[in-house]
Design a protein around this ligand. Sequence first.
Ligand code: GUN
Length: 347
Amino acid sequence: MAEIIDGRAVAKQVEAETKAQVDAMVAAGKPRPGLAVILVGEDPASEVYVGRKIKNCAEVGIRSFEHRMPADTSEPELLALIATLNEDPEIHGILCQVPLPKHIDTGKVLRAIAPSKDVDGFHPVNVGRLSTGTGGIIPCTPLGVMKLLDTVIDDLTGLDVVVIGKSNIVGKPIAMLMLEREATVTVTHIYTENLADLCRQADVIVAAAGAPGLVRGYWVKPGAVIIDVGITRVKGEHGKTHLVGDVVFDEVQHAKAVTPVPGGVGPMTIACLLANTVQAAREQVDGTSRDSFDIDWDDLPDRSMFSKQDAERPQAASHTFEENRKASYDADWYAEASVDTDFYLHI
Ligand code: GUN
């Protein structure tokens, strides 16, 4: 049986660490971190998400400031609110819940948030920092994925990672984070051919396609680690709805470890939002946050932009690496392999 990676338990740990950081800041006479959450309109799913974010803020001692705006709020009105929050010293993080009503340009709104307060990590300055290994705020779900992986793999160096999905908020940042850790990354998407074959070679699969049941058992090498980012609400018997992931959980029990849906990646997203808010607050209070890409290139840590000396290069955790490399494919899985492209074509 695969180890089940308990996202709820890991999220609790992350929140406990975040609470300790908040307590330490306040004890040192620094301001209590504050998060502004903007919700435009009455999307029921967004209401639930925002409610949870605010509740969890209180649990770790972060002040939250809720800004609910009607669905007919104009784009200039929303931009004006963000401009005010950007200047407010009590606000260290700003989250504008998406989706936004159709008449509002989401990209324009997200780019209006000061990069130092962009706790979603969506602003191009933060995307650029992540891509060049120069710090910044990391998007919450990808950060949560890495924290979950850290509970089951010591070192990603040299491991083959397949990311399914190339979205700006999940697939691409996950690929960047994996590259930072020296993994060999293949990013796949709806036009990728032989996806099952690519997955079968992977030591780690991150499924973020939003396609329920896409990843079947025969796609998975014995001993691989699977992170299921997909969360889709589907109708079951008697019209009852439930959440399903991109991975057929019952078929992948020959994996080393797998995240469940729900209870895997989901709880990590909010935990990482809180962690990002505290990171943003500390950087603003310490005066180390920057709102532009004005990097001091001579003062960079030796990360992905520069090749490391071999002596400094972390060695792959030999047990994980070797085990995964040597794992032979199960002949039966292969024999029965026939890719069900139905889901895949509808992503
Ligand atoms: N809508 C659903 N998830 C998110 C998120 O993580 N951030 C924002 N801003 N909106 C969302």
